[in-house]
Structures are given as C-alpha cells and as structure tokens.
Write a protein that binds this ligand. Structure first.
Ligand code: UDP
Ligand code: MG
Length: 330
C-alpha cells in the first residue's frame, strides 16, 4: 500500500509525458512533501491512457522498467476523463490521492502545498488556477460554468474543474462518477459530507498537443449539471420534483378544462373547434404521468434505503441539504 497515489488521465499527450514524469518524480522527492508523511514514504504514479492513438502508451511502457513506481492502465478506446479518473481511483492503493493533468498545465510542485492543506483536516483540496493560461474561448465558458455551479450548489469554490486535486482515499472510494462528472467532484464530495476547500495554484500554457475539450461539449455538460442536481438534491426525494411538476401541470390542465366547460354551460359556446381544450387535456394527462413517476420513484427509493447502510466517519454537522439527502429533512 502506497502513502500517495498520483493519478494522471491522458489522451494523446505523447510529447508531454516524459517531462511530466520527470517533474513528478522530482516533486515526490522533495523533503517538504516527505515530512508530511510518516516513514517509510512510498508513492505510485498511475497513468491512465484513455484510448490514445498517438503512441502515448508506448512512451509510458518505455519508461516503466526504469521507474518502478510507474503504473499504466490502458483503455481500448476513449471513454473520457471521468472514466479515466474512476479507473485510477479504483486501482490506487494510496491512503492519499492526487490527480493531475498530463499536459504540463498543472504544476507537480504544488502537490505538496495542497497536501499540507489537506492534512489540516480537509478531505479534498482542489486547485484554483491563477492567471489561467488558456484562450478566451476556454476561460469564458469556464467562468460561466463556475459561477452557475456556485450559485446552484451554494459551494463557494472558484474552480471546480481544476485538474490538480488531492484527496483522502475515503472520498475517492465513495465517489460514483459517470458521464463527464469529473467537473463536479467537489460538489459530489461536499454533498457526501466531506470537508472540501481550495488553494490557488500556478497554471501553465499548453506546450504540446491540443485541448481535448471544446465549447461543443456545452450541451452534454448541461445534462451532466442536471444529473448532478438530481443526484445531490432530488434523487432521494423524487416526489419533490416530479410530484410538484405533476401537480402544477394537472392544475393548469384542470383550470383550462373547467374554463371550456363553464363556457359551454353558461355561455353556450361549442366545445369543439377549441385548440385550448387540446392543451388542457394534454396537461392533465402529463400531470398524472409525472405525479405517478414521482410516486414510483419515492416507493423505489424508500425500499432501496431500507437495505442501505452507511457509516458516519466522523462527527459532523449535517447541512440541511445533506440531511435531506439521507432522508432526514424536507
Ligand atoms: N483527457 C482524457 N480523456 C479525454 C479528454 C482529456 O484523459 O477524453 C485528459 C487530457 O489528456 C489531459 C486532461 O484530461 O491530461 C485535461 O484535458 P485538457 O488538457 O484537454 O483540458 P483543458 O486543460 O484544455 O481544459
Ligand atoms: Mg489542459
């Protein structure tokens, strides 16, 4: 079992890899980092090749013999950064974990600073990129993403998607990620009751290769955002969402139908040839459907939670959101 596992998700980063590994080894040898851990300190660097087609994995294989701490997980095809991180989390043996991008944009020498903060009593410390060295087409959507996420989740960190993060292994063991959810790791961790914070870190310009994320990912990103909201806010109480939407739709449909009916009874207006009636009936049916979905969801989640067990890892004050998540509050 290692003291520290460094996980590096990578897709077509052939040119950056040798330099990154050199820098990571130097960072692991720094006395300031070593003093944070009891003796004997050991580390592993898990490179997760997310289906590269540029020979990245051959570069890593070429280095493995001379670097005993280096490991390689290779995907047959590209599954995305979230899947790469998940695989790394599963393979890691460290008590502490660190994730870092492979493109040399994150500074390996900042790992010790983040770990030092973690050991003050946090479960996850996320980097906060300073003077970001990316084009406006990246920094602007990212600013928007961070502001919206901060607003909706109430979590006050500035840079949810920084590649550089350190974790206690309890966090990564419990994270369940899919889609492109790596962007929301701090949100999920906070929701699970872990203590999170952020620390400013230097950012470097990309030297080799190109970014793997363009603004075309905006729509899938929006869907991920909605999934996260559902998971953290509505998953345990489906009735709160579907029930309300269903009730709203039903009441509107009912009001329209009543209006058409009263028109017929009191003013003798014909019911036929009135498109609004079509809308009324549609809303009525939709309302019943949504309400039933909520009811079913509620029944399912109640029976699922009967069989679930969880351990309280340390005394903590639950926020209202967290209490709601385990069914403790409205
Ligand atoms: N990456 C990955 N799989 C993907 C896309 C990206 O493993 O499908 C890796 C990539 O190689 C890099 C990190 O995730 O190590 C961050 O990606 P990138 O630098 O392209 O993102 P940016 O810094 O431009 O936001
Ligand atoms: Mg990058």
């Amino acid at each position: 079992m290692a003291s520290l596992s460094v996980i590096v998700p990578l897709l077509n980063e052939r040119e950056s890899i040798p330099e990154l590994i050199d820098q990571l080894y130097l960072a692991m040898e720094e006395p300031e980092l070593r003093t944070l851990f009891p003796d004997p300190f050991s580390f592993e660097i898990i490179m997760v090749d997310d289906g590269s087609t540029d020979g990245s994995n051959r570069v890593i294989e070429g280095l493995i013999d001379s670097r005993p701490e280096l490991r390689l997980i290779s995907f047959q095809r590209n599954f995305g950064k979230t899947a790469a991180l998940s695989a790394g989390f599963m393979a890691a043996t460290g008590e502490y974990l660190c994730t870092i991008d492979a493109d040399l944009q994150d500074d390996p020498f900042a790992i010790k600073t983040l770990l030092k903060k973690l050991m003050e009593g946090y479960d996850l410390v996320s980097g906060w990129k300073q003077n970001r060295k990316d084009p406006l087409s990246k920094t602007l959507p990212s600013k928007l993403f961070n502001t919206v996420t901060r607003l909706f989740t109430g979590i006050t960190i500035h840079d949810f998607n920084c590649g550089l993060k350190v974790y206690r292994s309890e966090v990564t063991r419990r994270l369940e990620l899919h889609g492109d959810m790596h962007r929301y790791i701090p949100v999920m961790a906070e929701w699970m009751g872990f203590k999170i914070t952020e620390l400013p870190v230097a950012h470097r310009a990309r030297q080799f290769g190109t970014t793997k994320y363009s603004s075309a990912r905006f729509l899938p990103g929006l869907f991920d955002f909605l999934s996260v909201l559902f998971i953290t806010r509505y998953l345990r109480r489906p009735m709160h969402f579907f029930g309300m939407a269903g009730l709203g739709s039903f009441l509107l449909g009912f009001a329209i139908s009543l209006y058409v009916t009263l028109d017929k009874i009191l003013l003798h207006k014909p019911v036929s040839n009135r498109p609004i009636l079509f809308l009324g009936i549609l809303l009525l049916i939709l309302g019943v459907q949504l309400f039933s979905t909520g009811l079913l969801g509620e029944m399912l989640s109640t029976s699922a939670s009967k069989g679930s067990s969880f351990t309280v890892r340390k005394t903590m004050n639950l926020t209202t959101g967290q209490a709601a998540a385990i069914g403790g509050a409205d």
